[in-house]
Structure formats: structure tokens, C-alpha cells
Design a protein around this ligand. Structure first.
Ligand code: T4K
Length: 370
């Protein structure tokens, strides 16, 4: 039996990429805001409904660059239920994460719990659109406005997602995306920051390029978070195929929902009304009433060559560098603990064949019967 991994990157026909590579060989512009970089930033303005797009070399640096540009300090309210990059980005910037529990409906930060966590040291809310499902953007915006906080969305999973007729990236002061190989839109490695204001983009662009303003002026501290021409050229090709990729992912998502929704002890995470998803993950919740624990099902599938993943486990608040924070204390994050103990992401990617998807579905059904 061939192994089936949780994802497999979409790759376009190679010759389409080679044609653009020939132009790179011709120009010898390899990086530093070259022609493909500029073209891709321009094209993505339409995708994100924003004129203020800044490409980066990965999602982690998109986050730290946005945090720098927003000039955060002190405490930042965030979710414990995410990939480790979210909290590490705060810690690397010298900020104190303050964990707030998630809501079970979509596994995003619970907006009703945010205000109780705000102190005089709080400078921002860094929330995550987990699996591309929108946070409570209106409520979060309202809280932020009333308490004078910045809002940064970790939108690593949200490429192409639209909410109430707008790109999900058009919400918040900054949104940070990942174009990693495992994402719905990939440039091998890559990412972007979408800024609400022109001033935000100027700050992001400076931080992304060592803080350099011009040949002799370096007014701010910065890093190197620039995307290369190779990655940007690849992004131009990938963009042509994104809607086909989304279509195929939607078919797989629909089929999973049809075949798994009636299984006792398996709950599916709904795509909320008003959302046009990118279908980048297919999380199931393995409840206590299922015949196996989540971990037992994970191992059983693995033994059959099906490599599901526990995105997101372990909970970030349980990691050694965060576990002693007051907000990580036992019993404070019950919904996030439950989600981290029960979630399993099943394989979903455009090249997943119907036969392989049926093999996955059948394996889950077989274990339900045991
Ligand atoms: N914020 C959030 C909410 C995130 O989820 C992420 C990243 C970030 C920020 C940071 O963005 P980046 O700095 O990464 O751009 C993966 C990814 O490395 C990571 O990008 C992603 N989130 C996270 C959720 O998952 P792993 O350690 O699970 O990946 P890995 O290497 O085990 O890959 C999973 C499967 O995909 C493999 O079993 C096989 C397949 N695969 C993977 C790669 C890399 C391929 O077929 N080809 C490949 O090139 O972390």
C-alpha cells in the first residue's frame, strides 16, 4: 500500500515555471524587489482586496515583521490552539503571550473571553484564523477599538478565503500569510503581510529589508524577510492554477462530509455561513463516544499507511517555555485542551485520488465498528 500523507504540495506543469526561470537567467535579478516580486505583489492585491501587500520569505517572518511594524510591547492576547509559530513569533519579539481559550464552534479565540484578559500592559490581539475559518472579526475589531489595541491575524491558513464578500485578509491591522509547501497556495517557502494602511506597508517593507530607507539612511531595526525572484516567479505560475486547486479541494471536502458525518463519535468542524473556504485542512474531532481514542485512531491509520496529523497538538500553553505563564495555568483553557486532545486532520490535497480518499474513509469506518 502506498503511503498517503496529510498533504502533498500542488505543483504546476514544469514548463510553465521554466519559461519564467529563463527570464530570471536573462535578467540576473535574483532578489531585492525584482520584477517577479513586484508582479506578484501586484496580483495579490486583487486576491486580498488590499493595495498594501508585502511578500516575505515565509510565514514565520511575515508574523515577526508584522509584529515589529505594529510596534507591539508588553502583553499580547493570543490563542493556545495554533501552530507553534504563532506564540514563538511573540516570544522572539520579547512579548508576553496571554492565552485566552477558544470557542468550540470554530476552534478560534473566544471573543467573549478577551476583555477579561486585557491589562494596562496589553498592546494587541494576535488571533489565528484556524483552518482558514474566520475569527469573530467584528467583535475583535470592536474590542480593539475600545481598548486601543492593534489586531494582527495569523492568516497562515487563509489564502483565498473570503468572508461576507471580502477577502479575510482585509480584516485587522495586519494579516500574516504562509505560502509554505503544505499550504493551499505555495511558493515552496514564502509568505506575505497584508497591511490595512499604506503606513503599515511602509513599516513592513522597511523591517523586511534590514530597516533600510535608502543607500545612506537606516532609520529602524530590521531583518531580512525578502522573497526571492524564484519563489515570486513560482507564485505567479501557481496563481493561475489556484481556482482549480480550490475546486478539487472542495470536492474532497464535500465527499468527506458526506461519508463521515453520520459516524458515532466523529464530529466535523463546519465551514461557517458566509465563508468561501480554501479547504486546506480536513479536521475531525474524535469524541469520547468513538470506539478508539484520537491517538489510537492516529496510530491505527498510520499502521495502514495513512499519515493523518494532530494539528494542533500539543497545546502551545503546555510547551516548556510557556507552561509557567499565569494564563497557561491548569484548567484555564478547557476548550483548547479538549480540541488538542481530539483533533485529527485527514489528508486533503488536489492530487488525492478518489480511491485513496475512499481508503481513508473506509479505514475510519472500520475502526468505528470495532
Ligand atoms: N502560523 C500558522 C497558524 C501556521 O500553521 C504556520 C505553519 C505558520 C504560522 C508558519 O508559516 P511558515 O513559516 O511555515 O511559512 C507544517 C509546516 O511546516 C508549517 O508551514 C505549517 N504551519 C504546519 C501546520 O505544518 P509539519 O512539521 O507538520 O510539516 P511536515 O514537513 O511534517 O509536512 C507534512 C506532510 O506534508 C509530510 O508528511 C509530507 C508532506 N510534504 C511536506 C513538505 C514540507 C510534502 O509532500 N512535501 C513537502 O515539501 O509543519
Amino acid at each position: 500500500m502506498q503511503p498517503i500523507y496529510v498533504t502533498k504540495p500542488y505543483l504546476p506543469p514544469l514548463d510553465e515555471f521554466v519559461r519564467l526561470l529563463e527570464q530570471v537567467w536573462e535578467s540576473r535579478i535574483l532578489t531585492n524587489n525584482g520584477p517577479f516580486h513586484q508582479q506578484l505583489e501586484g496580483r495579490l492585491q486583487d486576491v486580498f482586496d488590499s493595495p498594501h501587500v508585502s511578500l516575505t520569505n515565509n510565514g514565520m517572518l511575515a508574523l515577526t515583521t508584522a509584529i515589529n511594524a505594529a510596534q507591539l510591547e508588553g502583553e499580547v492576547i493570543t490563542t493556545p490552539y495554533s501552530f507553534v509559530a504563532t506564540t514563538h513569533a511573540l516570544a522572539l519579539e520579547g512579548l508576553t503571550p496571554v492565552f485566552v481559550d477558544i470557542r468550540p464552534s470554530d476552534l478560534n479565540i473566544d471573543p467573549d473571553l478577551i476583555e477579561a484578559a486585557i491589562t494596562e500592559r496589553t498592546s494587541a490581539i494576535v488571533a489565528v484564523h484556524v483552518y482558514g475559518n474566520p475569527c469573530a472579526v467584528a467583535q475583535i475589531e470592536d474590542i480593539a477599538a475600545r481598548h486601543n489595541l492593534k489586531v494582527i491575524y495569523d492568516a497562515a491558513h487563509a489564502f483565498g478565503v473570503r468572508y461576507q464578500g471580502r477577502s479575510l485578509l482585509s480584516y485587522g491591522d495586519f494579516g500574516a500569510l504562509s505560502f509554505h509547501a503544505t499550504k493551499a497556495f505555495n511558493t515552496f517557502e514564502g509568505g506575505a503581510v497584508v497591511s490595512r494602511e499604506a503606513e503599515g506597508k511602509r513599516a513592513v517593507d522597511a523591517v523586511r529589508n534590514f530597516g533600510i530607507a535608502d543607500e545612506v539612511n537606516i532609520p529602524v531595526v530590521g531583518t531580512n524577510a525578502k522573497m526571492s525572484e524564484i519563489n515570486a516567479a513560482f507564485g505567479m505560475v501557481q496563481l493561475e492554477h489556484f481556482e482549480d486547486v480550490r475546486r478539487r479541494r472542495r470536492q474532497i471536502d464535500t465527499r468527506y462530509r458526506e461519508r463521515l458525518s453520520a459516524i458515532e463519535g466523529i464530529d466535523l468542524v463546519p465551514i461557517p455561513d458566509g465563508v468561501e473556504s480554501n479547504f486546506s485542512y480536513f479536521p475531525i474531532m474524535v469524541r469520547d463516544s468513538f470506539s478508539l481514542s484520537r491517538d489510537a485512531l492516529y496510530e491505527a491509520l498510520k499502521a495502514e499507511g495513512i499519515y493523518s496529523r494532530r494539528y494542533f497538538y500539543p497545546l502551545l500553553s503546555s510547551l516548556p517555555m510557556y507552561a509557567d505563564l499565569p494564563s497557561a495555568a491548569a484548567g484555564r483553557l478547557p476548550q483548547a485542551e479538549r480540541a488538542a486532545a481530539q483533533v485529527l486532520c485527514l489528508p486533503i490535497y488536489p492530487d488525492l485520488t478518489d480511491a485513496d480518499q475512499q481508503r481513508i474513509v473506509q479505514a475510519v469506518i472500520d475502526h468505528a465498528r470495532q
